[in-house]
Design a protein around this ligand. Structure first.
Ligand code: MIC
Ligand code: SF4
Length: 642
């Protein structure tokens, strides 16, 4: 039996475990990346492990998220990351150099290699045939120290692309169609592999738009083959030497297969508040809009920007619309300036932002009250834009530009004409904003600078022998890490200050939660299915830990979040019978007799509720995960195991 692309890369990086879907495997990691909103924690944890120099082939730290500096906090974190990376052998991408995934794709990603990043959109690198996976900062710290990365061996889902996109239909519409078909849980436990004739019609940045939003399917990763198009992209980046061909064997076997006919696709939009709530733009046409934001790691490549510039050239953004544009990288920004397209965008009235995440993470540009915002981004979760009652629609750059001109949701195909975009075959190469680390000798004299906002990381405790606590919060399905630990300009500066951050935990769902949790001395959280989807932010585990949360009971969990819970010693459990979810009421007193023993060795346990209900729960854990939880989290576990 032949191998798929993911299976080939996994086989070449397998340290231990069986390559059968569902079993735990340990992988060797070639490259890591961090960004600043998760990076401070990742490097604090790396320092705590005591490793002098990273052991990966390449590790890069990006500054792209917390770039609005309304106080000293973000700038302090940037300096901390700059000094700690210089000392320990990590490259530092300075603020202004661009969004981690876009820059990594351009300058560092390599087909056939493995990458983990403390950001859920690390699978963007799959556009070039690299196995990129989002992870918690602690897992990235372990990988930087030379440790393995543990995942569940994924199933492989094949998506065959046939035909060719029509004018005004973009790569974003392909992934929105896949989201419509599979839903936000459809990729959990799987790698999505794209194949078929349609693949040959897509450039690497278009492929990367698709693999980027595989995160929204809950997938472990998404992959395209590495072919002549990949080679041309690498040549345009003066990196042809990084090229290797990579394709699935003809007799590779897939767990599921889907087909998307590119010719039949029309412009699509993901409606509030979920990336899988997809409708054709033609059905939403005419809806009044207030804002359009173009950029993010999903759609900020040269192709995206040139498309938008061509559509806006000679036009004026509608008076009811505020249009922001953030190019993905300094490379894109520079080339836009050099070719004059930037002038077309400025002349049309676009508000040009720096090349960073910006509005995508609520770093400015929040819409007006109950505003409608069209964004080329990847997430439209409730309140993520910074305006609680705003409605965010995820669309292609083509739909965004057409709508910005018309002042209403507009199917770009109604704009008429053709789009003739010529992306240069050679990119502007200048890595002057990537700082190289110090040599091991020089590193000895480097002092790591720590601002006053950087507070110690909470450390977990071993589970209680018997657990007595209250059900401190009950939430529904598809709770995102943006619900658990919201972001935005006001909160993000505290990513390295867990006590302060705790004041905002779960406030999107329940403003009283932080106070109640503190008063109760913590407790248990109950959730529905796909609990913890979205971002890789380990703060969504660290902060509940700080508030005394001992366990989360849910119908099912998202991959990265469940790993983060385990890393910080919070026990994830699932309902044996999902309908038991309804029996549990917030505020109930709960008891689990023999909790610690169950965590150490049982597959099931019983949750006793003061109301009399006895609810069977499942512990789906590997031996390694049981040992981590029994130690009270990964930091204790690593210490205990020398
Ligand atoms: C996101 O898109 O939600 C983020 C912000 O990039 C996160 C990381 C974070 O919360 O810092 C992610 O995707 O992992
Ligand atoms: Fe940044 Fe948005 Fe991409 Fe997250 S999804 S890395 S916030 S641009």
């Amino acid at each position: 039996m032949g191998y798929t692309i993911a299976q080939k890369i996994i086989k070449n990086h397998l340290i231990s475990g069986e390559m059968t879907a569902g079993s735990e495997i340990a992988l060797r990691i070639d490259q890591t990346l961090t960004q600043d909103a998760t990076g401070t924690m990742a490097y604090l944890q790396f320092e705590a492990m005591g490793t002098e120099r990273v052991k990966t082939e390449l590790s890069v730290a990006y500054i792209d998220h917390n770039t609005l500096q309304a106080g000293f906090e973000n700038a302090d974190d940037h300096r901390y990351i700059q000094t700690v990376t210089k000392k320990h052998g990590i490259r530092f991408s300075r603020p202004g150099n661009g969004i981690c995934h876009q820059v990594h794709l351009e300058r560092f990603s390599k087909p056939g290699k493995t990458l983990i990043g403390s950001d859920s959109h690390t699978p963007t690198a799959g556009g070039i045939g690299m196995l990129g996976m989002g992870a918690g900062g602690l897992d990235v710290a372990v990988a930087m120290g030379g440790g393995a990365y543990y995942i569940t061996m994924p199933k492989i889902i094949k998506v065959e692309l046939v035909g060719k996109l029509n004018t005004y239909v973009g790569a974003k519409d392909i992934i929105l169609e896949v989201l419509r078909m599979l839903g936000v849980k459809g990729g959990v436990g799987a790698v999505i592999e794209y194949s078929g004739e349609g693949v040959k019609t897509l450039s690497v940045p278009q492929r990367a738009t698709i693999t980027n939003m595989g995160a929204e399917l809950g997938a472990t990763s998404s992959l395209f083959p590495s072919d002549e198009i990949t080679k041309a992209f690498l040549a345009a980046q003066e990196r042809e030497c990084d090229y290797i061909p990579l394709e699935p064997d003809a007799d590779a076997v897939y767990d599921a297969e889907y087909k998307v006919d590119l010719c039949a696709l029309e412009p699509l939009a993901a409606c509030p508040h979920s990336p899988d709530n997809v409708k054709p733009v033609s059905e939403l046409e005419g809806m009044a809009i207030d804002q359009v934001c173009i950029g993010s790691c999903t759609n900020s490549s040269m192709l995206d920007m040139l498309t938008v510039a061509a559509m806006l050239k000679g036009k004026t953004v509608h008076p009811n619309v505020s249009l922001s544009i953030s190019p993905g990288s300094k490379q894109v920004y520079t080339m836009l300036a050099e070719c004059g397209a930037l002038a077309d965008l400025i002349a049309a009235g676009a508000r040009i932002l720096e090349c960073a995440c910006g509005p995508c993470i609520g770093m400015g540009f929040s819409p007006k009250s109950a505003g409608i915002s069209l964004r080329t981004f990847n997430r439209n979760f409730e309140a993520r834009s910074g305006t609680a009652d705003a409605g965010v629609y995820l669309v292609s750059p083509e739909t965004a530009a057409a709508s910005a001109i018309m002042g209403k949701m507009t199917d770009p195909r109604t704009m008429g004409g053709t789009l003739d975009i010529n992306v240069p075959t050679h990119f502007h190469i200048n890595d002057n904003l990537i700082e190289m680390p110090a040599s091991p000798e020089e590193a000895k004299s480097i002092t790591v600078e720590r601002g006053p906002n950087i507070k110690p990381i909470p450390v977990g405790k071993a589970p209680d022998a018997d657990l007595d606590c209250s059900l401190v919060l009950k939430v529904g399905d598809n709770i995102t890490t943006d619900h658990i630990m919201p972001a935005g300009t006001k909160i993000l500066p505290y990513r390295s200050n867990v006590p302060k951050l705790s004041e905002f935990c779960f406030t999107v769902c329940d403003p009283e939660f932080p106070e109640r949790a503190k008063k109760n001395g913590g407790g248990i959280i109950v959730g529905g299915s796909n609990y913890g989807q979205g971002s890789s932010r380990e703060h969504a585990a660290l902060v509940p830990l700080y508030l005394g949360i001992k366990a989360v009971v849910a119908k099912s969990f998202a991959r990265i979040h469940v790993a983060n819970l385990i890393n910080f010693g919070i026990v994830p459990m699932t309902f044996e019978n999902p309908e038991d979810y309804d029996k549990l009421k917030e505020g109930a007193n709960l008891r689990i007799t023999g909790f610690a023993d169950a965590v150490a060795g049982a597959d099931t346990l019983t949750l006793e509720c003061a109301c009399g209900a006895k609810i069977p729960l499942r512990l789906t854990l590997t031996e390694r995960q049981r040992a981590i939880l029994s130690a009270g989290g990964m930091l204790n576990y690593t210490k205990n195991n020398g």
